[in-house]
Design a protein. Sequence first.
Length: 66
Amino acid sequence: MLMSNSDRPAKLHFMANGFRVLASGDHVLCAVSGARIPLDDLRYWSVARQEAYASADIATRAMAPE
């Protein structure tokens, strides 16, 4: 039986120039909005916080000093 990664969140380790898949899946959730981000569309994350973001605007706001 083939295992499908459809509709399952991946667990990732974020690095400066990419990410490593720790547990297979087809998406991650945005740390701020909770939006589903397909792995093929994932472009924004924080290495220090190990968080994914759905857009550049969300990433900028999340990392801005308070």
